[in-house]
Design a protein around this ligand. Sequence first.
Ligand SMILES: Cc1cc2nc3c(=O)[nH]c(=O)nc-3n(C[C@H](O)[C@H](O)[C@H](O)COP(=O)(O)OP(=O)(O)OC[C@H]3O[C@@H](n4cnc5c(N)ncnc54)[C@H](O)[C@@H]3O)c2cc1C
Length: 450
Amino acid sequence: MRRAVVLFTGDLRLHDHPPLRAALAAADEVVPLFVRDPAVARAGFAAPNRLAFLADCLADLDASLRERGGRLVLREGDPAEQVCGVAAEADADEVHVAAADSGFAQAREDRLRRELTAAGRRLHVHDTVVTAVPPGALTPQGSDHFAVFTPYFRHWSGYRLRDTLPAPRTVRVPDGVRSAPLPKAAPGPVPGGESEARRRLTGWLRGGLASYDRGQDDLAGDRTSRLSAHLHFGTLSPVETVHRARAVGGAGAEAFVRQLCWRDFNRQLLAARPRVSGADYRTRQDRWRTGRAAQADAAAWREGRTGYPVVDAGMRQLREEGWMHNRARLLVASFLTKTLYVDWRVGAAHFLELLVDGDVANNQLNWQWVAGTGTDTRPNRVLNPVAQGRRHDPDGAYVRRWVPELAGVEGAAVHEPWKLPEADRKKYPDRLIELSDGLARFRQARGLEG
Ligand SMILES: Cc1cc2nc3c(=O)[nH]c(=O)nc-3n(C[C@H](O)[C@H](O)[C@H](O)COP(=O)(O)OP(=O)(O)OC[C@H]3O[C@@H](n4cnc5c(N)ncnc54)[C@H](O)[C@@H]3O)c2cc1C
């Protein structure tokens, strides 16, 4: 009787799961294992919104395994110790896992390999589980990663993806491997789990995808897929998502697949430079504002009371939904890092506290992109929240949805409440700063003339 362990990490699904398929091909019985690592909580990464989503994912994975004759085994503790313990209990000679990308996951993989090898067992690492194209598979001449998106996208688009793998029909799990109880479902802002992910993807491919190219920046229309948390937790496979979108075809699908490429782009960058989760990818010698005034500005930003309606709408949506529209993410991040000149890490940490899709690669590298310390080829661009509001929320409906003080203001006038009579502004706050003052301070800090 041959046995194997499959360690689930950011890939909480049964469809298109290379480690599970390989384990089932090699062994008669398989232990599907998830380890809750207390180090994740110690690192401040166990945000309640994501824990609620995770609880749904684990319950759904367990239910799908039970339909196939198996079950999920849950353990708590150091992943290397737990995996070695389970492998010994099950007498499994191999362990299968998705390839790591972040520094945290790379360290986990290294330890796992060392300890399993010492115990006479093998670790099999599988790529194309959490990305469509493996990090490092595409490189420009003279570097181990792409630093600019456009050429990466060109190469990525020509890369031949592997075929999608079906979910297994049966999974036999050895008797006697004990499991901790699954976490209790907690109410979260977004339902998790592979079944929900697949329903959502199918609905999106039939509905929203076709007009995605025209609607992706429409703040009020909410015309994006909202699949980000599913891609983060791996309840959806990126390979399958790309294949299925391409099969639909058209300009909407092309624009959507391009966004999925951004995901891979960030991951290949983080895999090559794990330090950029906390350090500037390209330093601009910033001496970010600190001290009491900067802290008060950051607090107003977090609470959605900067006095710039579209910024405040985004921040309030984040607090309420654990999600924010991409256009709003760009705007609020530009406002914090450029107009207020506060360190991108302050903003990134707040996002990670609340986002259900909070993801080290996508979050830290998008923050760096906006702050100009990342891969943006125009690092000093500053987004004007009034002009952007007028452009991407022309009727003001997004602002009115999230900023009740301004709910009675009609049309685009909602983007400039300081021009309204006092009575119409209710208790909506004054602007923290004039945009021109913020711009001048930023340009001076970056040593740009004028
Ligand atoms: C400051 C800032 C912080 C961000 N933090 C995160 C984060 O923590 N986690 C996260 O998944 N995304 C993050 N993003 C990227 C993007 O905003 C979200 O992925 C997107 O808004 C999620 O909504 P959606 O699923 O409807 O996206 P769609 O527009 O439907 O896009 C489809 C998928 O493509 C990927 N994608 C889209 N835009 C980007 C992008 N710019 N970079 C990387 N991948 C992208 C996502 O996986 C997304 O689900 C951040 C962007 C900014 C500007």
